[in-house]
Write a protein that binds this ligand. Sequence first.
Ligand code: TGC
Ligand code: FAD
Length: 387
Amino acid sequence: MPFSGLDYYNVEDLYSDEERQVMQTLRRFVDDEIMPSIGRHFRAGTFDPAWPRRLGELGALGASLKGYGCAGLSPVGYGLIMQELERGDSGVRSFASVQGSLVMYPIFAFGSEAQKDRWLPKMARGEAIGCFGLSEPDFGSNPAGMRCSAKRVGDKWILNGEKRWITSGSIADVAVVWAKTEDKIRGFLVERGAKGFSTRNIEGKFSLRASVTSELIFEDCELPLDAVLPGSSGLRSPLECLSQARFGISFGAIGAAMACYDEALNYTRERAQFGKPLASHQLVQQKLVDMLQAITQAQLMVWRIGRLKEAGRARPQQISLCKRNNVKMALKCARTARELLGASGITDAYQCGRHMCNLESVYTYEGTDHIQTLIVGQDITGISAFQ
Ligand code: TGC
Ligand code: FAD
């Protein structure tokens, strides 16, 4: 049955015609091309190589960037793409987030004209895949401590170090890698096949099984001088990319929560215990209403942050509050749906268990829940509590 969405407060009235149209297009794509196979991919731990080009054909990659073959949508339009994709699976949304917000965005914002021309059009079409290497084995929440280094030697950069937990790492044609140079952190474009560059997949994941997660290893990796992103300057540059991605995740999490709510509502209306549908019990109704209320609040939050972003007024700390609220909300909805499905909720015949496992990663990546809390805490008190 096609997914009809959840819009208790008619929030869709606040979207433009173009934003609504994009949302409906992606919703149909997820119904027709993600839902039939996602359970199989999750179980097998595989990423479908057909997804990047299909997303490219739909204009869903780097959709808020202007020019270079990108769709040039509003921030809300971009966010609604993330919402619809994550209604299917967080792994599919992760792929699109990384491609658009963490690879195309830094090339767009910090790259030379030659770098933009080389990568952006084919990444928008899904013909080239990118990954973003910031986290390291010993530096996750605190990327400022990174060990990865880039040294200028003659007419080359020599890159050494390791990045860990990198989405799409081993399938990427190009990696945006953040490394310390003599004076500051800078971004580098490392192409697949570069001498001294290898990748290794991380196996045994409970979460995001339909997404590729890898290590990137640089052993005296040789890069041409023009591999550096010329506009990148210090930790501020990767952190700026994270704000783009956290914005998208704030919408994405709503999609996963909607899927769980929808499944729990249908299940509890159909299944009877003690001679009547589960949905007729007060405790069950309370849980359904809690989910509906939390999703509605999240929808209003992202609409507002989207319009602030469109006006150039969204501050990173405001985006952090959205990521914090919406991911926690979605995880709670997934756990509640799992509970309401009883034993059925622990099998992959239903979606909520898959979303619940996926959302554990979403809760951790792009800055953990603790880190978002401390970002907002610092903003309101003026006191840093990171150390
Ligand atoms: P701090 O001194 O606070 O900041 C350094 C400079 O950056 C500026 N800044 C930002 N600029 C734009 N956007 C932001 N969000 C910014 N946050 C900070 C800041 O103003 C400063 O500028 P300047 O000019 O004064 O130098 O830096 P810190 O070292 O104290 O770190 C702060 C902290 C802890 C908040 C930061 O390190 C952080 O956010 N840590 C979390 C790391 C993280 O989120 N990693 C994510 C890795 S990527 C990923 O997970 C992808 S998953 C994708 C998927 O599959 O979907
Ligand atoms: P740690 O930083 O070791 O934190 C462990 C725990 O300690 C957390 O609960 C954390 O909140 C807490 N903690 C840490 N510091 C503090 C503090 N100061 N105060 C209070 N609590 C604190 N990274 C990339 O660069 N690119 C990617 O594409 C990417 N994709 C990912 C995909 C997946 C599936 C996952 C799971 C991760 C991915 N990451 C990626 C890495 C992700 O960003 C990190 O896992 C995350 O930033 C947390 O770092 P960590 O895992 O090292 O945890």
